[in-house]
Design a protein. Sequence first.
Length: 138
Amino acid sequence: MKEYTRHEERIRTMNAFYQVFLFIENKEEIDATQILLSQFGVNDINEVPLFSKALFSLGLEHFDEIKALISSHLQNWTFDRLDDVAKAILFLGISDGNYAKLSPRAVIINECIKLAKDYLKKDDHRFINAVLDKAIVK
């Protein structure tokens, strides 16, 4: 099995969450296992790193709770209006910070800010930071 850094796994897991939001937006049926397998280019779920499996499955298991938590921290905005990549980054961070608890809170937020800087518009990382700072349990 190929070895990935935590950062690489976070990118692939973020992309998996992004695909979930695209499927929801297009009202298509979601095959979560297939989405995760495709992110790692494998055919067997046992070849997907445990960290990614944990974050993705916990995010899906607590989907409605995470969506409500994010929504509760949005001002003059709704969850559905958020960019799908922003949703994916927020789901990734909250899945790790509030459910998996596999990384320190500061590391999770910093990783999500880095992803936001790499994948979102210029200053959107500030929004990600603000929401995660309020949403991830201290």
